[in-house]
Design a protein around this ligand. Sequence first.
Ligand SMILES: *Cc1c(COP(=O)(O)O)cnc(C)c1O
Length: 361
Amino acid sequence: MSFEKLDAHVHGLPRAQIGFYPTPFHKLENLSRDSGVNIFMKREDMAGPGTISGSKLRLAEFIIGQALSDGVTHVLTQGAYLTNSGMQFAMAAVAAGLKPILFLQDESHRGPQPEYRGNLLLNQIMGVEVHLIPAAKGEHWDTPSARKKLADSIEAKYAALVREGHRPMIVPGGGAHPTGLIAHALTFKEMTEQSNAQGVMLDYIYHTAGTGTALPGLIAAKLLSGSKTKIRSITINHYAPGNWINSDIIINRAKGLLGQLGIEDISEAQIESEIDLDQRFIGEDYAMPSPESVEATRELARRDAVFVGPVYTAKGFAGLLDHIRSGRVPAGSNVAFLHTGDTGNLFEIPSVVGDVTADPH
Ligand SMILES: *Cc1c(COP(=O)(O)O)cnc(C)c1O
């Protein structure tokens, strides 16, 4: 098993060193004992530079690295008001001396927002310029019209900055900029090397999938290295043909990455056979807690003192616990959960976090 081609390719790429890599990899001793499965965790939530971080920072190192070599001055990006990606790109831009500007969907339908909470609070402390774009009454965050309003606002700001002589760049929601997609091939490599160093062969990697930035990199690294580890994704939004994100997008991105690495003999069917999505843990909607996500948050914190975040990782971890209990992860397996972050949003209102403080028994 070799990652040589990946190493050689990444070595030649511009990259801003902002985070703390490799991120930690450790066993959850108590949940492992409880469940009869060896559960490990890869801590992208600890990627830095702030104490609250996540999986987007790895993308940002490459995207900002390229931006610096292109003379970029402003980084414009978008997301939900509690966006992890936006907060991490803001951290990365600030750390690199660039100016971040965020365009976020106003979620005032959840009730008035008199104070800063969650990631919005962190953006405010960093002094980030944030534009909250209100949706029309009754409009869902994922409708094309809501998406268009955000896109139009960004375009207008971009044009204004250019007129003023600046050099802005736009990073798509979730950090899905082609320059960054190689990043999570490195996550796969790190996890493989860290588990091997502990004498462990990983049977499964579980992660929470959303905007499809980690999965193509994980799959590309797996295929290029010939690893036997299976990748399983718990989604927090619906992947379906015609949807915002779907399997075709993952396949195209993985194929593009393999192409960059000079690997042309892996078919789309081979890539597709590596995609294993479980869509049963979305709950009512994106950014809404589910009974399973609330229970998973509490269980992990009470057994192993690790915090997941309500909108993403709690749902992913709930999926993993379900798969362990139902036998989809057989007893004695070695499984690693990729902790992609979202812990900033634990400091949110109950309609986002759920009743995580309740005594379950
Ligand atoms: C963005 C994000 C995800 C989804 O990751 P993708 O790689 O974009 O699919 C999962 N968890 C957290 C915490 C995130 O911020």
